[in-house]
Every structure is written in structure tokens, then in C-alpha cells.
Design a protein around this ligand. Structure first.
Ligand code: GLN
Length: 309
């Protein structure tokens, strides 16, 4: 590339070639996304005018970003954003980049939502789970509430969904709070280790905790291993550390009939289900993601005898 005239089409072709040579799996997609990020152009506009010439500034920025991506910096760290559940989330090196797999968790949680629920998200990171649950949840409940005549059944203050997210990382919580603000969602974010700062009981507890066994992390692709926060990945020796901690303590923070939902690794569904049953959860089930792998474990808690929080 460099100081010369470059059209969109050439930019895309050359960007794809550089990324391909660097071993980036989705070279064509990533170079397109960076090109559209730099120029602000949509796919339709690209096809309408592929020979539009990039300004010098656009060409320079694009080239710089392509070189960084070739150096294995995740695309989302270059653009600063990631789509999740149809919403755009800000991301940076302090949060795990939202994965499409995690939408399965949000969908399962949405299926169980009822008006007025109070939701707790542990290890919230970018806040993508809690925020999309509150936002999509409010939209879906309002739709379900609308009468066939077009008259609203009247959602009231008491029907509003509320939620808090907790995380060990203060830097992650800044990102989560920014995302809630940008997406117009009211949620609180608290810094602490799992339930450390939690003082209430919840109708629903959700979490995508760190779940990769420590030994497995070194074999992950560079973008994940070097650029996602290590503390967001490391599930300790067998990867199940945080499930054990959360399940064991959750019974003091869940309302009777409340739901506990986890994202799990593809091979952890059975183990996490067993931990939940042992702790007294019932109706424990495993849901698969779009790749047909075990991804979400849900259960509900109906026992009475517990210490107060
Ligand atoms: N699903 C993420 C990955 O595959 C890991 C997320 C987590 O540990 N919670 O990299």
C-alpha cells in the first residue's frame, strides 16, 4: 500500500492478502471490517462504488490497522467495539470480547424472564450479558404485554427489570458502565470477588465465569491468549473453580424459585449440572450453542432452608 492512490476494492484486496499471509483465518472479512471502519462505508455503498478512492488519511489509517491486525491484535481491539445480541458494545483490553456463543446464555435467560425480576450477573466484564438481558428483556416483556387491540396492558414501575453486575476488575466495570450508558440501560456495577459485595437475593443469577483450565490457555490462539484478559479466561486447574464457588454460595443469594444460568465450556455441561444438582438445584438442563456444543446450564432453586444474606 503506501503513498499512492488506492480504491476501496484495491484496499480490500491488498488488506486481505496481507492478513492471509499473516495466517489470519478470516482475512477477507477482517480486512472488509477494517476498511468499513476507516471509511464509514456500508456494504451496499461499497458494491455501488468499489472504485471510490480512499483519502490519504483513510489509506494511512487503514494500512496501520491492517498491520496491527496482521500482528494478531484482535479486530475488536482495533475498532473498540463488538456486536452482541444486536447491540454494539464498547470493548478494550480489560474485558473479554463478547462471543456469539454467549448469546445462547442470554436467550435462555430471556426465556425465563418475568416482569419485575431482579438479576445478578457475576464476572460481568463488558456488561454484555446483563445489559442485553435488561434491554432485550424490557422490549420483549413490553411486546408480550401489549394487548391485541393495540392497548398496552400498562407496564408499571414494579414490572421493571433491575440488575447489578459484579467484577473483580475495576477497569472492566468502567467499560460495563459506559456500555450501559450508551445503550440507555439502568444497571449498577459493583467491584468485588463474586458475591463479596452482594447483599440481596435475586430472581436470576447469570454468569460466564472464567472456565478454561490453566494448562489449556497456552494452546489457545494468540488473539485470545495474549489479548483477552487472563483473569477472564483462567478457570484454574480443571476449569471448574468458579462454578464450584458460585454454586456453593448462590443459594444464599437466590430467591425461592430463582434461576441460576451459566455459560460453560463445550465439555463442562455434565460436570456443572452435577454440581448444581448436588447443591440442591432442580430442573437442571443443558442447552447447546449454534455449533451444537453444550454451552449453557440452567437450573432453579426451590428449597426453603437457608441462612439469611
Ligand atoms: N468462551 C471463551 C473462549 O472460548 C472463554 C470464556 C470464559 O472463559 N468464560 O475463549
Amino acid at each position: 500500500m503506501g503513498q499512492r492512490i488506492m480504491t476501496l476494492r484495491q484496499g480490500h484486496r491488498e488488506g486481505t492478502e496481507i492478513l492471509g499471509k499473516a495466517g489470519i483465518a478470516e482475512a477477507s472479512l477482517d480486512s472488509w471490517l477494517l476498511l468499513s471502519y476507516v471509511t464509514g462505508i456500508s456494504r451496499a455503498a461499497y458494491y455501488g462504488e468499489p472504485d471510490r478512492i480512499l483519502t490519504e488519511e483513510e489509506a494511512d489509517r487503514y494500512e496501520t490497522l491492517i498491520q496491527k491486525r496482521a500482528g494478531r491484535i484482535p479486530l475488536q481491539h482495533l475498532t473498540g467495539e463488538q456486536e452482541f445480541m444486536g447491540y454494539t458494545f464498547r470493548v478494550n483490553e480489560h474485558v473479554l470480547i463478547p462471543r456469539q456463543d454467549t448469546e445462547t446464555l442470554v436467550e435462555e435467560a430471556l426465556r425465563r424472564l418475568k416482569p419485575g425480576m431482579h438479576i445478578l450477573d457475576l464476572c460481568t466484564g463488558s456488561g454484555c450479558i446483563l445489559i442485553s438481558l435488561l434491554k432485550a428483556g424490557a422490549e420483549r416483556l413490553a411486546e408480550a404485554d401489549a394487548k391485541p387491540s393495540g392497548m398496552s396492558g400498562g407496564m408499571q414501575e414494579k414490572d421493571m427489570l433491575t440488575g447489578i453486575g459484579t467484577d473483580l476488575s475495576g477497569e472492566a466495570l468502567k467499560v460495563a458502565a459506559e456500555n450501559a450508558g450508551r445503550l440507555g440501560v439502568r444497571a449498577s456495577f459493583l467491584k468485588g470477588d463474586l458475591f463479596e459485595c452482594v447483599t440481596e437475593r435475586y430472581d436470576m443469577i447469570v454468569s460466564n465465569p472464567p472456565y478454561i483450565p490453566t494448562k489449556v490457555i497456552e494452546g489457545l490462539q494468540e488473539e485470545v491468549r495474549l489479548h483477552d484478559p487472563y483473569i477472564a479466561l483462567d478457570g484454574k486447574e480443571d476449569g471448574l473453580h468458579f462454578y464450584r464457588e458460585i454454586i456453593k454460595n448462590s443459594i444464599y443469594y437466590i430467591k425461592k424459585g430463582g434461576f441460576l444460568l451459566f455459560e460453560t465450556g463445550y465439555d463442562q455441561g455434565e460436570a456443572v449440572s452435577a454440581l448444581m444438582r448436588d447443591a440442591g438445584y432442580s430442573k437442571v438442563s443443558i442447552q447447546k450453542d449454534l455449533a451444537d456444543q453444550d454451552r449453557v446450564v440452567c437450573g432453579s432453586y426451590h428449597r426453603e432452608e437457608r441462612k439469611p444474606v
